[in-house]
Design a protein around this ligand. Structure first.
Ligand code: 4NP
Length: 165
């Protein structure tokens, strides 16, 4: 089965996109589908390059049994060659990705993460929690969980029946 490569992208790559990455890894592992995916995250900005996720994101995820691996890095134009799906956390980051994309094929890989949550409007964003209180981090986690569940369903292989038939 071909590998599907997904990258979650926010501004700093220390709060929202590492949370989405960790939640998606967690769901993929629970579904025993690790062999199907390569999963990463990045930021449109380089402010926090090399840093571990924000301690508030780490604590929120850890309290729910989710590890957030990795260190911050900036999303680069060449990442469009590596990934099949580039999931932006908000409209600003989506716009930044679309500006960076070298061609139409790359632009077609970019979508808003929450567009995969059937319960959200298609332009819904993952709000930036950085300057807010702890509630914002809980909310980011719940939003990422709902959207990543939708994403994993959408990226499901054809049913056993179709594969066998
Ligand atoms: P993130 O959150 O984009 O979800 O990682 C932010 C992290 C840092 C900053 C803004 C948002 N900052 O301004 O440094």
């Amino acid at each position: 089965m071909p590998i599907t490569r997904v990258c979650f992208v926010c501004l700093g790559n220390i709060c929202r996109s590492p949370t989405a990455e960790g939640v998606f890894r967690h769901l993929v592992a629970a579904a025993e589908r690790e062999h199907e995916f390569e999963i990463d995250s990045a930021g449109t900005a380089a402010y926090h390059e090399g840093e571990r996720p924000d301690r508030r994101s780490l604590a929120t995820a850890r309290a729910r049994g989710v590890d957030l691996p990795g260190r911050a890095r900036q999303f680069r134009r060449g990442d469009f060659d590596r990934f099949d799906h580039v999931l932006a956390m908000d409209l600003d980051n989506q716009r930044a990705l679309l500006r960076l994309a070298p061609n139409e094929a790359a632009r077609a890989k970019v979508s808003l993460l929450r567009s995969f949550d059937p319960a959200s409007p298609s332009d819904a964003e993952v709000p930036d929690p950085y300057y807010g209180g702890p509630d914002g981090f809980d909310r980011v986690f719940e939003i990422c969980m709902a959207a990543c569940q939708g994403l994993l369903t959408r990226l499901s292989p054809p049913s056993e029946a179709r594969r066998d038939g």
